[in-house]
Design a protein around this ligand. Structure first.
Ligand code: MN
Length: 281
C-alpha cells in the first residue's frame, strides 16, 4: 500500500496590487478586481487599506447598496463603524472579521471611526451562486478573541478566520463557497503546509515582509498576490512575513457585474438597479 503524495501548488501567476480610489476618496490598493487580475472565481475583489494619514481614509464608504454576493472585512489596525438599513450596527476592532452576506440587498455604510492613526485592513468580495443571490441578508461579526490562532514549532502562527487548519476551526460558518481564509505569519523557519481541495481556486497575498510560496518555492514580496496553480496542497515558508491565504469553490457561472451589484445576467443587474432606486432593498 502506498500513500497518495500531495501535489503542492506552484505559483501560476504573480500580480502586484494597483493603487485605486473608492468610497468617498479612500486611497487603497486593489489586488483582485483590477485590469491585470479581474477575478479568481469565486473571489471578485480584494482591497487593502493601509495608511496612517487620516486624509487617505476618513471619507470612508458612506451609504451604498450591495446585491448578489458577500463582503468580508478583516481589520488589522484601526476601527471601522458599520451600519445598514436593516438596523444592523457594529464596530470592527483590530483582529476582527465581518462576513456579510448581502444576498437580495442591503444598503450600508462602512466608516473609519478615527481621525488619525494607522488604518489597515482588507475587504474581500466572495460571489454567491444563482441559487443564493437572493437569500436574506446575513452577518457574521466575529470578535478577535473568537478567532483561533495555531502556533507551529518553527515559529509560524496561523489565525483561522474561515475553514479549518491543523484541527482548529474558524468561526465563520455556513458559507456556500466552502472558503478557507487564513492569516499566516511565516517566521523564517519551518513551513505552513495544508491540504486543500484540488478543484478549488486559491490565492496568497503577501501583506507584510515576504514569503516563499508553493513548489517550486517562489519568493513573493509585500504587495503581491500569488495565484496558485493545480494541486491539492499549499505550502508557505520563508519570511518573516504575513500572508492572507484564501481558498474557495469556483461557481463556474456567468458573472454580470455593475459596481456594487454582482448577478448572473444583465437583466438581473437592471432589476437590481430598479429595486434599489425604488427603495426595495
Ligand atoms: Mn460595502
Amino acid at each position: 500500500m502506498r500513500d497518495t503524495v500531495a501535489t503542492i501548488r506552484p505559483v501560476a501567476k504573480m500580480v502586484r496590487g494597483i493603487p485605486a480610489n473608492d468610497g468617498d476618496g479612500v486611497k487603497l490598493t486593489r489586488i483582485i478586481g483590477n485590469p491585470v487580475l479581474d477575478s479568481l472565481d469565486p473571489f471578485l475583489l480584494l482591497d487593502e487599506i493601509r495608511s496612517d494619514d487620516g486624509a487617505d481614509y476618513i471619507g470612508g464608504f458612506p451609504e451604498h447598496p450591495h446585491r448578489g454576493f458577500e463582503t468580508v472585512t478583516y481589520v488589522l489596525a484601526g476601527r471601522m463603524r458599520h451600519g445598514d438599513n436593516k438596523g444592523h450596527r457594529g464596530l470592527l476592532t483590530p483582529g476582527s472579521v465581518q462576513w456579510m452576506t448581502a444576498g437580495r440587498g442591503i444598503v450600508h455604510s462602512e466608516m473609519p471611526e478615527q481621525q488619525d492613526g494607522l488604518m489597515w485592513g482588507f475587504q474581500l468580495w466572495v460571489n454567491l451562486p444563482a441559487t443564493h443571490k437572493m437569500m436574506p441578508p446575513r452577518y457574521q461579526d466575529i470578535e478577535p478573541t473568537l478567532i483561533p490562532e495555531v502556533a507551529l514549532a518553527g515559529g509560524a502562527k496561523v489565525r483561522v478566520l474561515a475553514g479549518a487548519f491543523n484541527g482548529a476551526k474558524g468561526p465563520v460558518a455556513d458559507i456556500v463557497t466552502d472558503p478557507l481564509l487564513l492569516d499566516v505569519r511565516v517566521a523564517g523557519k519551518g513551513d505552513v503546509s495544508l491540504p486543500i481541495p484540488a478543484m478549488h481556486n486559491a490565492f496568497a497575498y503577501v501583506f507584510d515582509g515576504e514569503a516563499q510560496i508553493g513548489e517550486p518555492a517562489t519568493r513573493v514580496a509585500r504587495g503581491h498576490v500569488a495565484v496558485l496553480g493545480a494541486g491539492d496542497a499549499v505550502k508557505l515558508s520563508g519570511g518573516p512575513g504575513r500572508v492572507l491565504l484564501a481558498v474557495g469553490k469556483p461557481l463556474n457561472e456567468p458573472v454580470a457585474r455593475y459596481g456594487p451589484f454582482v448577478m448572473n445576467t444583465s437583466d438581473e443587474i437592471r432589476q437590481a438597479i430598479a429595486d434599489y432606486q425604488s427603495g426595495r432593498f
